[in-house]
Design a protein around this ligand. Structure first.
Ligand code: GP9
Ligand code: MN
Length: 663
């Protein structure tokens, strides 16, 4: 045995195998990685290999016995990183990121309890390092003092890189655009491992902080002048009408406007939503030319836009890459101006889209994430909790909020690939032969039914009548990869122009004491929601940096920009560089006016990017009343570990009533 191990190469492979196995053991035992299929299972096992080969491989360039020492040093550092994540995860249910290291509050709150998060059994996690040291002492005499031929370590690194590329290829096949769209830390750890995650996180942070340091306080002036100039005065009849009213904002996942009043097999797909749109007695105002303005950040972009009236980034998700920026968001403004509390309800785990970080910057008091809900197998599909149990279980949480509140409930079942268990499907699928399109109608129906259930519960509880209720679609559900099938559904060929028209999502609003205005055809976008809500509450919006304008204002701007620089007006659309007449759908030559509008749109997008990339709001104070949000005052996640069961616990446990103990 001693002979076999005498070579440095064998020692190296022992180190690789031990680190590989230890990492896998820790993934399985310590992290909740939510493995969904065989491929993810395999990648979880496979991913530590390339990191072990590459990092430990560098040690082989050292001369003689020093190679062994370097293997031990690198192995210890990697083990330390791994174990630090274990301890951090036990408390935070999340991984260490550079910002969490620099925001001392994160660790500060952990400081005193670090010892309590460590178990004596954790010693097994150091065993491999002990074995390596013992082996090294035992073997080193037999080792040559020469440097090994460079070819060997180079070969090891090449094999490591091949293993990594193979790993990344399979990961991207299972989860396209994993790195580009920056979904969730949990995903990157699951697919690529903790070591690659740490590198990825460090690179992302270096990139964003370098853009941040280059910015200075003068940069905000141009943005401020622009938005102040664009500001539209409120409609005096509606200014302040909703002051002090609870606001219930409902996110309709992947819901496009074409579903409203659409009939499939002679049946309405969403009869309940249709009734809100069509029945004047219900007092809703419906915007049928309302567009989503999201990009790769999808849901996260919609949230960012609607609560901040700024654009998402051209690639990736600002929620993730700009999660530690300073924001002046709707929840914080209405809290400071009128004492509103705020809460988000969503049946997915808090780290998705980095919500647990950025919500702190938005000043959101409570995030009822999956840890508050009964996530047992029967209740969960696709990304998370089914909408019906979601709304049911949200009721007591909603009632627990201090009034007036701003509650944001985000649905999830109507999400690609639109799976609904057979027993829950109450409409037959469409028959285009394209699976995503066909079942899109079934999950939409399920969402519609869950809304009806929720509205009945709200009425029963007395929360319905006197609350502002706002419903919106976050982004398209059917992408242009499904044009053939969508053509059958719409009864028209899906040209680029048509595809742009399909980016309409519904917006409905009910304001207590204000009669429904029926269907409003004004062209508008998600950017316009925050300015509208501020005015309805009676808050002057001009001082805040907002790119949208109040939907009810006479001066509302009806040019709707999209993230890629395209835009739509009531008369014409710019789609991928081509102008179209909205009435005929025909291509048109741009007039000077149109080109001018295009340049304005590009300028607006650029200003918004500068704002986010330079973190410019840190230099800006909207008025004397404004106090910057202190993220260290917020903490999310249900620490009791007991899911919130409606039937069993009609009384809200005290720790749930105040889930942000620091606030
Ligand atoms: C996940 C949910 C889905 O929590 O918000 O996000 P999406 O894929 O639509 O951006
Ligand atoms: Mn979404």
């Amino acid at each position: 045995m001693k002979k076999v191990l005498t070579s440095k190469m064998s020692f190296f492979f022992v180190a690789v195998i031990l680190l590989w196995l230890k990492s896998y053991l820790i993934y399985v035992n310590e992290f909740n990685l939510d493995i969904k299929n065989g491929m993810q299972e395999f990648l979880l096992f496979f991913n530590p290999l390339s990191s072990a080969l590459i990092f430990l491989g560098f040690a082989l360039f050292a001369k003689g016995r020093r190679a062994g020492i370097w293997i031990i040093i690198i192995d210890t550092l990697m083990s330390f990183l791994l174990y630090a994540n274990v301890v951090f995860y036990r408390f935070n249910n999340d991984y260490i990121t550079l910002p969490t290291l620099t925001q001392t509050d994160n660790f500060g709150s952990l400081g005193s309890s670090i010892a309590s998060l460590m178990n004596w059994t954790d010693i097994v996690y150091a065993l491999d390092v002990v074995i390596l040291i013992a082996l090294f002492i035992w073997l080193k005499k037999g080792w040559s003092t020469e440097r090994m031929s460079r070819k060997k370590p180079i070969l090891v690194l090449i094999i490591g890189l091949i293993a990594f590329s193979f790993n990344l290829g399979l990961a991207e096949a299972d989860r396209p655009e994993l790195l580009k769209r920056t979904f969730d830390r949990n995903y990157i750890v699951k697919y690529l491992g903790i070591y690659n995650f740490s590198i990825y996180d460090a690179l992302q942070n270096i990139k964003s902080s370098s853009q941040r340091v280059l910015a200075d306080s003068d940069d905000i002036t141009e943005v401020e002048n622009y938005t102040k100039n664009k500001y539209a005065e409120p409609n005096p009849e509606l200014f302040g009408v909703a002051k002090g009213k609870n606001i219930i904002k409902i996110h309709l996942e992947s819901f496009q406007t074409f579903l409203i009043n659409y009939e499939l097999h002679g049946e309405e797909v969403t009869p309940f939503l249709n009734s809100l749109v069509n029945d004047p007695e219900q007092d809703y105002t419906y915007f049928d030319n309302f567009f989503h303005q999201t990009e790769q950040g999808k849901t996260a972009d919609a949230e960012l836009i609607m609560d901040n009236s700024i654009y998402g980034l051209p690639t990736g998700s600002a929620f993730t890459t700009r999660g530690t920026n300073t924001y002046q968001s709707l929840p914080a403004i209405i809290n400071q101006q009128q004492g509103y509390t705020s809460a988000v309800f969503h049946g997915d785990y808090k780290s998705f889209w980095n919500r647990d970080e950025i919500y702190k910057q938005f000043g959101i008091d409570t995030y009822f994430d999956a840890s508050y809900y009964d996530m047992s197998e029967d209740n969960v599909i696709n990304y998370g909790l089914l909408d019906k149990p979601f709304f049911k279980e949200s009721m007591p949480m909603l009632e627990s909020l201090e009034e007036p509140f701003y509650a944001h409930l985000m649905t999830l079942t109507h999400h690609h690939p639109y799976i609904v268990p057979e027993e829950l499907a109450s409409i037959a699928p469409a028959e285009t032969g394209d699976k995503s399109v066909d079942t899109y109608f079934q999950t939409a129906r399920y969402l519609d039914e869950s809304l009806e259930q929720f509205f009945n519960d709200l009425k029963e509880d007395g929360l319905y009548e006197d609350s502002v209720i706002l419903l919106y679609g976050d982004h398209y559900g059917i992408s242009n990869n499904h044009n053939r099938a969508m053509g059958e559904i719409i009864g028209e060929e899906i040209t680029p122009f048509m595809n742009a028209q399909l980016q309409r999502v519904p917006l409905l609003i009910k304001i207590p004491g204000v009669e429904g205005m029926g269907t409003i055809h004004e062209y508008a976008g998600q950017m316009d929601v925050m300015p509208t809500l501020l005015h309805l509450l009676g808050i002057d919006g001009q001082d805040y940096i907002q790119f949208g304008t109040d939907l009810f204002s006479k001066g509302h701007k009806d040019i709707v920009p999209f993230r890629r620089g395209d835009f739509i007006t009531p008369e014409y659309s710019l789609v991928s560089g081509t102008y179209y007449d909205n009435t005929t759908g025909e291509e048109i030559e741009p007039t000077e006016e149109m080109t001018k509008t295009k340049n304005e749109v590009l300028h607006e997008l650029e200003l918004s990017d500068r704002l986010l990339n330079g973190d410019l709001l840190r230099f800006y104070s909207p008025n004397e009343d404004w106090t910057p949000v202190d993220p260290s005052e917020y903490r999310y996640g249900n620490e009791s570990g007991v899911p919130f069961k409606v039937e069993e616990t009609p009384e809200i446990p005290v720790d749930m009533r105040n889930p942000s103990p620091l606030k």
